[in-house]
Design a protein. Structure first.
Length: 531
């Protein structure tokens, strides 16, 4: 077996939570010592983006047909809006003396390991180079200046992760959460671009080494030890109809010979605990350059969304529910089926995703109109039925529930208590309309390439982002759940080996507001910057 595959399998196994013991994490947490959630580079030129908070006309439901949304001009105003809607702040919360920011993209524990970069060449509204986005200030720090010989216009967004930020709280399991967050960030970027009539093309062939070089992540002296950034993905923003092919080699050579500026400020955290296993798994999941086969998802038409709010409003109001109303009226079946249809690979939100689906949903239905409580499955790939049947309990009846969806009834019963127990005893998994496990075709993916481990989590994060926004659009709310007892979930489903593995949970219901919290505007702290 490829040694990287076995490193990853070992990592996955040792970072499972068990009913009797959690994966290894810090024994104590000193909240005053939390790593700074906002990275800044000192010594760079700053570019303040136009004022945030602008609304656009397209409704959330218009995003189902993004081709019909008029393409907005590619300028600094709109690029700033895209960055804000994808990675910017959405609100500040306060409880007593504690104040914290929320963002348009969610993050496990609100720790935000994901960093976003903008790379521009040949665009007249911004000097060519590499910029780091500072969500707190809604500004760009120019890390690198390209000479202007690269005249082909391109706009790229790069994502990276500071694993340490997440590991500070979650220890060894944190690497998984960083990957989820990357998937959510990709989803957030796609929705943000779609409101502007733009689209996102994930560039699948790039190696991690190439991404590091382009974003300057390999410039070791610019980062404090343990606070480096790991490369995740590069996306191209398609903002008009005349796109010239991107010459990656020329772009990389330009970045290599260009002038770079700034050093990352310290995250101001004391590195009391160290988690070397995270560096080990990150090395083992290192992606080389690849030739990716072209795959086209079968298109399918979504049942219309009843949401009449603008897309920008839904994106900015997205939150994680902390608590649900366990006495909620059943969720209308049409809303539930809309959410299921929206996470199928042919749905518009999966435009940037160019690979056959490897994640299926096992759903604990608690309160959905017209459905008996119990366990159901949404198979996101028609060819997965036999595989999933063979890998799960014989007693599941696999009764198809809808002509239009690959949605199956497996088992009838009140599974509220079970769902709560499986998700680390969290009531959000039982007081909701439904909660679910995202189950990956695991061993087969890893056997193809070890780094596909990361892509499985990204796919989960992308599905999660769609569920978050679809829940908001239905007038309810979702929450990602990274804490669950892995093998207890597998036991309940009858999964005996690594063929299938649960990689993420999610829950959707009617939220209860925590009245003790005060809410403040996202950019109130910077109002004077745009006067
Ligand atoms: C990968 C991931 C895992 C999460 N796991 C949990 C969880 O187990 N329990 C929970 O209550 N919230 C969980 N959350 C929700 C986060 O705590 C939430 O996104 C974060 O506090 C930011 O708040 P916001 O989503 O309202 O912006 C998770 C979110 C993500 C993205």
């Amino acid at each position: 077996m490829n040694p990287n595959t076995s490193t990853i399998q070992n990592y996955h196994k040792r970072t499972k939570h068990h009913l009797q013991r959690y994966a290894k994490g810090p024994e104590t947490i000193d909240w005053d010592d939390q790593p700074d959630p906002f990275r800044r580079f000192s010594g760079c030129e700053m570019l303040t983006l136009p004022a945030p908070g602008r609304d656009l006309q397209p409704l959330f439901s218009d995003l189902d047909n993004p081709q019909a949304i008029p393409m907005q001009p590619l300028d600094l105003n709109n690029v700033g809006l895209m960055l804000e809607l994808a990675f910017g702040l959405s609100a500040w919360k306060q409880f007593g003396p504690n104040r914290w920011a929320l963002r348009c993209n969610p993050s496990s524990g609100n720790l935000h390991p994901t960093e976003a970069y903008l790379v521009s060449t040949g665009n007249d509204f911004i000097k060519s180079g590499v910029y780091h986005y500072v969500s707190h200030d809604h500004s760009l720090e120019q890390r690198c200046r390209f000479d202007e010989t690269l005249t082909d216009a391109a706009l790229l967004i790069g994502l990276s992760s500071i694993h340490w930020r997440e590991a500070w709280k979650y220890g060894e399991r944190a690497y998984r959460y960083c990957q989820h967050d990357t998937g959510h960030a990709l989803g957030a970027l796609r929705y943000a671009a779609a409101t502007l009539g733009w689209s996102v093309q994930l560039l699948p062939g790039w190696s991690d080494a190439d991404i590091s070089l382009l974003l300057g992540l390999d410039r070791k002296d610019d980062f404090k030890a343990l606070e480096h950034e790991s490369p995740d993905m590069i996306c191209r923003i398609i903002a008009h109809n005349h796109i010239t092919p991107l010459n990656a080699d020329v772009l990389l050579a330009t970045a290599q010979s260009a002038a770079w500026f700034g050093k990352a400020d310290s995250l101001r955290a004391y590195h009391l605990y160290k988690w070397p296993v995270i560096d080990e798994v990150a090395d083992a999941a290192h992606k080389p350059r690849t030739e990716e086969p072209v795959w086209q998802a079968p298109q399918h038409v979504l049942p219309a969304s009843s949401c009449i709010q603008s897309a920008t409003a839904i994106i900015r109001q997205r939150r994680s529910a902390q608590q649900f109303d366990g006495k909620m009226p059943p969720l209308p079946l049409s809303d539930f089926y809309r959410m299921l249809a929206a996470v199928l690979p042919g749905a518009a939100a999966f435009d940037p995703w160019q690979w056959p689906p490897k994640i299926h949903l096992f759903i604990f239905v608690h309160r959905v109109e017209g459905l008996t409580s119990g366990l159901y499955a949404l198979l996101r790939d028609n060819t997965a039925l036999e595989k999933c049947q063979a890998a799960t309990l014989d007693k599941f009846d696999w009764q198809k529930q809808s002509d239009n969806l690959p949605f199956y009834h497996l088992y009838t019963g009140d599974l509220k208590q079970l769902a709560k127990t499986l998700s680390c005893h969290q009531p959000i998994a039982s007081d909701s309309a439904f909660s679910l496990a995202m189950v990956a075709e695991f061993s087969e993916s890893l056997a193809l390439s070890p780094w596909l481990y990361r892509r499985l989590f990204w796919e989960c994060g992308l599905i999660g982002q769609v569920l978050y926004l679809e829940a908001e659009a239905s007038g309810i709310r979702g929450t990602g759940i990274g804490c669950y007892f892995d093998d207890s979930v597998h036991e309940i489903l009858g999964i005996k080996d690594d063929t299938l593995q649960s990689l993420y949970h999610f829950t959707v219901g009617k939220p209860l507001e925590d009245k003790r919290l005060q809410t403040f505007p996202a950019y109130g702290h910077l109002q004077s910057a745009w006067l």
